[in-house]
Design a protein around this ligand. Structure first.
Ligand code: PA5
Length: 471
C-alpha cells in the first residue's frame, strides 16, 4: 500500500476547464482508450526485455543494493569528496536526486552536518570547469565515480584520463582505490580499464539505457554515498509501477499522461512541454526529464520505417522564478505549449513571514503568512493565469519531497515516456541523432579509425562557408 502517493491532476488540460477550443475533451481521451490499452499491453509484454530492463530495477537489485551500501559506507569513511564523471543519462539523474533529497547547500555544510562527502557531478568538459574543480578538491581525499554505459564517451573518458594521471602523481600506487567504475559488464573500454587496474566496479544492465538508468547503480551509488535512502527510492518506484500496470487510462497515471501528451503532439500541434517545479529541490528533475523526453521521443522514423518527425521540445522552468521571466510567453505567446507544474504539499522547512511595514498595506498583508503559503499561492496564480488565456497545464503533487516520492516521480516519467513511444510507434530507446554528433566530433578531432575517417570525408563535402555570412 502506497501511503505517500504522488498525484497527477490534469483538470487544467481538459475542455471541462478550458473549453473545447483549447482543452482536451474526455471523449477525445476515450477515443484513444483502446490504443492506450494496446500500448500498455505492449509495454507490459516487453518488461525486462530488450531496452525495458529498467522496469525490473525496483525488484531485482537486492544484492546490488547491499553492495552499494557497503561501498558507500567505505567511501564516507575514507574520502571527504565524491566526484561523478559522466554526462547525459550518466549525470542528470544523480544531479536531480542529490538536489531533491539533500540539503540545498549540501556541499557548504560542515562535514558533521552532511550525510556524506561533498558531491560534484562533472557533466561537461569546459576546460575552465575542470580547472575550477581541481582548485576546490584535494584528489588525495577524493573518490571518483566514472560512469559511462558505453565505456567510450569522449567527454567522460577524457576526464578519466586527466584524473587518473593526477591520482597516479599525487597518490602513487594506491591510486586505483580512488576510482569506482560504473559501466556495461562487457562493452567498452572502461570495463577493461576497471579489470586491469582493479577499480571498484558496478554494472549498468545491458537492457537499461542511459536516460533510464537513474534507478540502477548509475544513480544509486552517488545517492547512497551522500546518505540518501536508496531502498526507499526503489520502493517508491515499485509503488508507482503498481499503479501503472492496468489498461484503463483513467486509472494508470503514466498512461493518461502519455495519451494527453500524444493528443497535444499529434492532434493539436502542441510541441513544447514545459516542466515548472514550484520547489528548488525539484529544479533539476526538470533537466533530467528534458533528456528523457527529448532523446526518447525526438525521432524521424517509425518502427516500421515510415518517415515521421515527432517529439515535443521539453523546456525547463522554475516556479516562481520564471513567473518573472517565461510566464508572459506561456500565457500570451503561441498555443504550442503544455505546462506541468510540480507542487509540494509539505515542504521540509516552514518559513514564516514576520509582521512589519504596517504603513504599507500591500507589504503588511504578507506578515503572518509564510513562504510556504506564498509559493503555493503563486502556483495557483500561474495556473489561473494560464487557464484564463486557454493554456493547458497540469499539476503533479508530491505530498513531500522524500526518497519514496522521488522514486515514484522518476518511475512515473519513465513509464509515461515508454507509453508515449508506443503511441507514436517509434523506438524510444535509441538516439541516432546523438550518435551522429558524437562520430562527427571524433572525426573533427582526427580519430583515424575507419568510421571516423569516413565521417571526416563526408564532412569535407559540406558546402563551404561564405565570408559574407560571418560578421
Ligand atoms: O540516454 C543515453 O543513452 C545518452 O544520453 C547517454 O546517457 C549519454 O550519451 C552518455 O553515454 P554513456 O553513459 O555511454 O557515456
Amino acid at each position: 500500500m502506497n501511503k505517500n502517493p504522488i498525484v497527477l491532476d490534469v483538470n487544467h488540460m481538459m475542455a471541462d476547464t478550458l473549453g473545447f477550443q483549447y482543452g482536451i475533451s474526455r471523449g477525445q481521451v476515450e477515443e484513444y482508450a483502446p490504443f492506450a490499452a494496446a500500448a500498455n499491453q505492449a509495454v507490459q509484454h516487453a518488461r525486462g526485455t530488450g531496452k525495458m530492463g529498467w522496469t525490473e530495477l525496483p525488484y531485482n537489485q537486492d544484492e546490488i543494493v547491499a553492495k552499494i551500501e557497503k561501498v558507500a559506507a567505505r567511501v564516507r569513511e575514507n574520502f571527504d569528496t565524491f566526484v561523478v564523471l559522466g554526462i547525459g543519462g550518466s549525470a542528470l539523474g544523480p544531479i536531480a536526486v542529490q538536489q531533491a533529497l539533500n540539503h540545498l547547500h549540501y556541499n557548504d555544510l560542515p562535514a558533521e552536518k552532511r550525510g556524506g562527502p561533498r558531491l560534484f557531478v562533472e557533466d561537461n568538459i569546459d576546460p575552465e570547469r575542470m580547472r575550477a574543480l581541481l582548485d576546490v578538491i584535494d584528489v588525495k581525499h577524493t573518490c571518483f565515480n566514472v560512469i559511462t554505459k558505453s565505456g567510450a564517451t569522449a567527454e567522460t573518458m577524457s576526464q578519466y584520463l586527466t584524473i587518473s594521471e593526477l591520482l597516479k602523481e599525487e597518490v602513487g600506487e594506491k591510486w586505483a582505490d580512488h576510482i569506482i567504475a560504473t559501466t556495461d559488464c562487457e562493452k567498452g573500454n572502461l570495463i577493461k580499464l576497471a579489470k586491469e587496474n582493479g577499480f571498484e566496479l558496478f554494472f549498468i544492465p545491458d537492457s537499461v539505457g542511459g536516460r533510464f538508468s537513474e534507478l540502477c547503480p548509475v544513480g544509486l551509488v552517488p545517492a547512497a554515498v551522500c546518505g540518501i535512502d536508496i531502498r526507499a527510492m526503489l520502493e517508491g518506484a515499485a509503488a508507482m509501477d503498481e499503479r501503472c500496470k492496468g489498461d484503463d487510462v483513467w486509472h494508470n497515471p503514466a498512461l493518461l499522461e502519455a495519451v494527453l501528451q500524444y493528443i497535444c503532439m499529434e492532434d493539436m500541434g502542441v510541441n513544447m512541454n514545459v516542466t515548472m517545479p514550484y520547489a528548488d529541490s525539484l529544479k533539476y528533475m526538470a533537466d533530467w526529464f528534458c533528456q528523457l523526453w527529448a532523446e526518447s521521443l525526438g525521432k524521424n522514423v517509425t518502427r516500421k520505417g515510415m518517415a515521421k518527425n515527432c517529439g515535443q521540445t521539453p523546456v525547463k522552468a522554475l516556479g516562481v522564478t520564471d513567473q518573472h521571466s517565461q510566464l508572459q510567453l506561456y500565457t500570451e505567446g503561441p498555443y504550442d505549449k503544455t505546462i506541468t507544474l510540480l507542487k509540494v504539499e509539505n515542504f521540509r522547512a516552514e518559513s514564516p513571514i514576520p509582521h512589519g511595514c504596517e504603513a504599507f498595506p500591500d507589504v503588511a498583508f504578507l506578515g503572518g503568512k509564510s513562504l510556504n503559503q506564498l509559493i503555493e499561492a503563486e502556483r495557483q496564480g500561474t495556473e489561473y493565469a494560464l487557464m484564463k488565456k486557454g493554456r493547458m497545464s497540469q499539476t503533479i503533487i508530491l505530498p513531500e519531497v522524500n526518497a519514496h516520492t522521488i522514486g515514484q516521480l522518476i518511475y512515473f516519467y519513465e513509464m509515461a515516456t515508454a507509453y508515449a513511444g508506443e503511441l507514436l510507434d517509434i523506438d524510444a530507446f535509441n538516439q541516432p541523432g546523438v550518435e551522429e554528433s558524437k562520430i562527427a566530433s571524433y572525426a573533427v578531432l582526427g580519430n583515424t579509425s575507419e568510421k571516423y575517417a569516413l565521417k571526416a570525408a563526408e564532412m569535407a563535402k559540406r558546402p563551404a562557408e561564405k565570408k559574407e555570412y560571418i560578421l
